[in-house]
Design a protein around this ligand. Structure first.
Ligand SMILES: [Zn+2]
Length: 436
C-alpha cells in the first residue's frame, strides 16, 4: 500500500512556483540565472571557509568569545539584502509571535501567508528514502539571487572569506540560500554539495557540515534542523534549514536521562517529560565523533524506513533525534479532524516547540495543552520508541543493557518542573504503525 497525504507544500524558493510555467527568455542561459549548465558558467558567489573543526574540539568556544561574528553578519547582511530586493513571499518580521504561558514556554507564531496560493500536492509519505528526481523542483533550479554564499570547512584552522569566488561545478559547493517562506529572521537553507543532486538523506559528511556551520555560528540561538521525507520535508534534495530565534526552545529545556556512552565519549540520553520522545547526543572528543554517532543513527532510521527530524542545538554541542509517525497516522486517517483543521505540519521547528500556526483562532487560543496534544500525536509510543532505540544502538554497535547500571547509578536531575507522566501516556495511546 502506498500512503499519501494531500497538503499545500510550503514554497522554499521563488522558482518552485514557476515550474512548468513559461520560461523568461532574456539574457544568457535559461533566463532564470539558475545553477544548471545553462546559467552556471562564470558565476560567482561569496565563499566562507570556516575553521576546520573536523579534528578540533567541539567545545572550541567555551573558553573564549569568538573574535568577530563574521559568519553571522555575513548571513544576516545577505539575508536582509534579499529582503530589500523583495525575494521573500511575505514579511516574516511582521508576523505576530508570542510565548505561550506555561512551564515550557512554547512559542506561537501566526503565519497566514506561508501556505497560500498553491494547490495541494500529493506527497508520498511512506518512504523515507526516495531517489532524486531531476524533473521535480530542486535547488539547482533556484535563481542565483536566492543564494547567499558558499560554505565549507577550510583546509586549516583559519577562517577564510572570498567575496567573489567562482562557483566551481567540479567541486559542487555547499551553499546557503534563503528560504523564501521564512518562519523567522535569517531563515536559510544549507544545501550540501548542491550540484551533486543528492536526495534528502543524511550521511556522515552532510551531518558534519551542518555541525560545522552550527559550531562556526557560535550562537545558541542559531539552530539547524532537518526533516526526513515522511517527516515533513517537502523537497527531495538534501538540505538543512536554519534560523535565529532568541529564546530557548521548549525541547532544549526538557529534562534528559543518560542512557549510555557511544564511541569517543558521545553521550546519548533520552528526553523526559516532553510530548515527543527523542534521543539527545552530546560531547565526543571532536565534532567528527559526534557526527559519526548521530549520522549512524540517522542512517539506521532511514534504512528502517522510520521518518525522523533532527535539531542541532547549542552551537553543535547537542543534537536531538526524533523519530516520528504523524504523517503516517495522517495518511491512515488516525489524526483527529480538530488537529488536521489547524493544518499545522509538525516538522522539526514545531517539534522543538516553535509552533507556526496558520489560523488566527489557533494563534489566539494557543495553550500549552494544545501544543502538547498536537506534539503527542507526532511521537512514537513508549514501546515503539524503545524498539527504535534498540535498533539504533544495534546499528551503531552499542549494547544498552551493558550500560544500564550507569543509567541507574546516575540519574540526571530534571531541570524543569516535570509534567505528570500520565498525561503523556493518555495522549499517546496510538501504537506506531511503522513496520520494523
Ligand atoms: Zn538556467
Amino acid at each position: 500500500m502506498m500512503l499519501k497525504i494531500k497538503r499545500v507544500p510550503t514554497l522554499v524558493s521563488n522558482f518552485q512556483k514557476e515550474e512548468a510555467e513559461e520560461t523568461l527568455a532574456r539574457g544568457a542561459g535559461c533566463g532564470r540565472n539558475c545553477l544548471r549548465n545553462c546559467c552556471l558558467p562564470g558565476s560567482k558567489l561569496p565563499l566562507y571557509a570556516s575553521k576546520n573543526l573536523r579534528k578540533g574540539k567541539s567545545v572550541a568556544y567555551e573558553t573564549k568569545e569568538p573574535p568577530v561574528d563574521f559568519l553571522e553578519s555575513l548571513l544576516l547582511g545577505e539575508w536582509e539584502d534579499r529582503q530589500q530586493k523583495g525575494l521573500f513571499r511575505y514579511d516574516v518580521t511582521a508576523c505576530e509571535t508570542k510565548v505561550i504561558p506555561g512551564d515550557y514556554g512554547f512559542i506561537a507564531q501566526l503565519n497566514e501567508g506561508r501556505h497560500l496560493k498553491k494547490r495541494p500536492t500529493e506527497f508520498r509519505v511512506d518512504k523515507v528514502l526516495q531517489p532524486f528526481d531531476g524533473s521535480k523542483f530542486n535547488f539547482t533550479k533556484v535563481g542565483q539571487e536566492e543564494l547567499l554564499f558558499q560554505f565549507e570547512a577550510s583546509e586549516d584552522n583559519e577562517v577564510q572569506f572570498f567575496p567573489n569566488a567562482p562557483i566551481d561545478a567540479e567541486k559542487s559547493p555547499s551553499v546557503v540560500a534563503i528560504n523564501v517562506s521564512p518562519i523567522e529572521y535569517g531563515h536559510v537553507l544549507l544545501i550540501p554539495k548542491v550540484l551533486e543532486c543528492l536526495p534528502q538523506r543524511i550521511d556522515r559528511d552532510s551531518l558534519l557540515l551542518a555541525l560545522q556551520m552550527a559550531a562556526e555560528a557560535a550562537n545558541p540561538y542559531f539552530r539547524l534542523g532537518y526533516n526526513s521525507l515522511g517527516a515533513f520535508a517537502t523537497i527531495n534534495h538534501l538540505h538543512f534549514q536554519a534560523y535565529y530565534l532568541a529564546v530557548p526552545f521548549p525541547m532544549e529545556k526538557a529534562p534528559t536521562r543518560k542512557i549510555t556512552f557511544a564511541d569517543a565519549g558521545v553521550k546519548i540520553s533520552e528526553m523526559l517529560n516532553y510530548p515527543v520522545r527523542g534521543l539527545v547526543f552530546e560531547g565526543g572528543n571532536t565534532l567528527e565523533d559526534l557526527a559519526n554517532v548521530v549520522s549512524g543513527s540517522c542512517v539506521c532510521l532511514q534504512e528502517n524506513n522510520i521518518p525522523y527530524n533532527v535539531l542541532i542545538s547549542d552551537s553543535a554541542k547537542r543534537v536531538f533525534l526524533l523519530p516520528q509517525c504523524y504523517a503516517e497516522k495522517q495518511a491512515l486517517g488516525e489524526v483527529s479532524s480538530e488537529l488536521l483543521d489547524t493544518q499545522v505540519n509538525p516538522a522539526v521547528w514545531e517539534i522543538s516547540g516553535h509552533m507556526v500556526l496558520k489560523r488566527k483562532e489557533d494563534y489566539e487560543g494557543a495553550t500549552e495543552a494544545n501544543a502538547w496534544r498536537l506534539l503527542a500525536e507526532v511521537s512514537l509510543s513508549e514501546a515503539r520508541f524503545q524498539e527504535v532505540t534498540a535498533l539504533i544502538f544495534e546499528a551503531i554497535d552499542l549494547n544498552a543493557e551493558e550500560n544500564e547500571n550507569a543509567t541507574e547509578g546516575s540519574p540526571e536531575k530534571p531541570d524543569v518542573a516535570p509534567q505528570p507522566m500520565e498525561e503523556i501516556d493518555a495522549l499517546n495511546t496510538h501504537a506506531s504503525m511503522v513496520p520494523v
